[in-house]
Design a binder for this molecule. Structure first.
Ligand SMILES: [Ca+2]
Length: 91
């Protein structure tokens, strides 16, 4: 858990971990395109990990993920509400 490598686990490591986690989707996509013609054309390098492009891609990925989770929970909630309504109607 010592992310910044200073030999001790502190609150800074939690911040670093959150940073790492947030940029993970963007950095992963960057790692896949860095060696392609597309990546070469747009001059993506390993020092772009955690950068603007990665941040934007990560933001979109997290937005899609949380929107999906939200929709899933909405469906579950509506389903349980429907079943409750149906039960009340049957009584
Ligand atoms: Ca540390």
């Amino acid at each position: 858990m010592d992310i910044n490598g200073d030999g001790i686990f502190t609150i800074s490591d939690i911040w670093e971990l959150l940073h790492l986690l947030y940029f993970y989707p963007g950095d992963w996509i960057l790692s896949k395109i860095i060696e392609t013609k597309f990546g070469t054309f747009f001059e993506f390098f390993t020092n772009d990990y955690g950068g603007l492009f990665s941040g934007i891609i990560s933001f979109i990925c997290w937005l899609i993920l949380f929107a999906g989770i939200n929709e899933t929970f909405k469906d579950i909630f509506n389903y349980s509400k429907k079943t409750k309504d149906d039960e009340e109607r049957n009584e």
